[in-house]
Design a binder for this molecule. Structure first.
Ligand SMILES: CC(C)(COP(=O)(O)OP(=O)(O)OC[C@H]1O[C@@H](n2cnc3c(N)ncnc32)[C@H](O)[C@@H]1OP(=O)(O)O)[C@@H](O)C(=O)NCCC(=O)NCCS
Length: 153
């Protein structure tokens, strides 16, 4: 598999919109999908924010997911989402590893619901260290869950 990252372009957004609606992916991430208005607003802000680095993950020429770095509670944080068709083939691990070569900010933080075994493994395999667990109250975007907090020095 040939995996590359490139900046998110407006033409990518319809594809990203569709896979972020997937119920199984949202159960895994313990997230609520964004409706069209919330999605458009989120991406308009992200693409105009110089503090955000947003990339799409291209596998063998096909858009397979997205990965990004953004400020969360003042901390440089990473997040990613892989289209279901590509799960379990090492795409997230490889994409995060490529992303860490590109993004120089350290320390870098990540949070995953502690039930999200796959995401926790991706972070561990890329060198992130578990800092602890925290109960996160529900927000519009995320149902309440226990989150695992990670840091990469
Ligand atoms: C979580 C997610 C990013 C993993 O992507 P992926 O490309 O399938 O991950 P990889 O193939 O690189 O696998 C990483 C590890 O997770 C494991 N894994 C993958 N899917 C799994 C699953 N459903 N259950 C348990 N482990 C799983 C893999 O076996 C691998 O671990 P190993 O090397 O010890 O065997 C992807 O499932 C996804 O986008 N889910 C929905 C959105 C989400 O949860 N985003 C992260 C929010 S914090």
């Amino acid at each position: 598999m040939r995996i590359e990252l490139r900046p998110v372009q407006p033409d990518d957004l319809p594809v990203i919109y569709e896979y972020q609606l997937d119920p199984e992916a949202n159960r895994m991430a313990v997230a609520n999908p964004r409706d069209r208005a919330a999605f458009d607003e989120h991406w308009q802000d992200a693409l105009n924010d110089p503090a955000v680095t947003a990339r799409v993950i291209i596998v063998d020429g096909e858009l397979a997911g997205n990965i990004g770095c953004f400020k969360l509670r003042g901390l440089d944080s990473v997040g990613y989402w892989i289209k279901k068709e590509w799960w379990g083939r090492g795409v997230a691990t490889r994409a995060l590893s490529l992303f860490l070569d590109e993004v120089q900010a350290r320390p870098l933080y990540a949070r995953a619901s502690s039930s999200n075994i796959a995401s926790v493994r991706v972070l561990e395999k890329c060198g992130f260290q578990l800092q602890g667990y925290e109960w996160a109250e529900a927000t519009e975007r995320f149902p309440a869950s226990e989150e695992a907090k990670f840091r990469l020095l």
